[in-house]
Design a protein around this ligand. Sequence first.
Ligand code: ZN
Length: 165
Amino acid sequence: MIAGRGFHWAKKIDVKLAYRLIISVVNSNILLINELPLEEYLACVATSEMSSECPDTYIEAQSIVARSWMLANVEQKHVALGFDVCNDDCCQRFQGVNNLTEHSRKAARATRGKVLMYNNKIVDARYSKSCGGVMERFENLWENDPKDYMLNIPDAPGNIIVDLT
Ligand SMILES: [Zn+2]
C-alpha cells in the first residue's frame, strides 16, 4: 500500500494485517476494511506514528491522544465508504501489525479507557508529528471551530527561539 498519500514522503510499504479483513469493490477499486479491537488498533497506531523505541510515557501519551481522537469521532471522513478511519495520515497512521511490539501493546493496556476530556466530552484530539515547539490554536490548523482546550501555548514556556536568518 501507499503510506503518506498526497504528501511528499509518500512511499509504498508492505503491510501485514491481522484479525478480520472485509474485501469489496467500490468504484472499480478494491476496498480493504480491517476490523480489529480498539486497543490493538491503538498499539499499531502508536508504533506507526512514532518509534517503538520511544520511552513508555511517550507511547502511553500517544495512545491516549489517538484513543481520544478516535472515540471523539468528530471528523467522520469516511462514513460514506462504511469505515471509521483510514490507515494513513488523513486520519491516523496505521501500518497494520508491521511495527507492533509488546512495548506498544503494554502502553495501550496501561492506558486502557483513558481519554482526554473537556466539559464532560471526549476531546477532538487532532495532532501532528511536529508542532515546532508551540501548540497552535485549533482554528488556525484544522477548521474554524475554536476549542478552549487547543490554544497557542509554547511547549517550554519562556524559551521560544525563532531563527529568522
Ligand atoms: Zn482518513
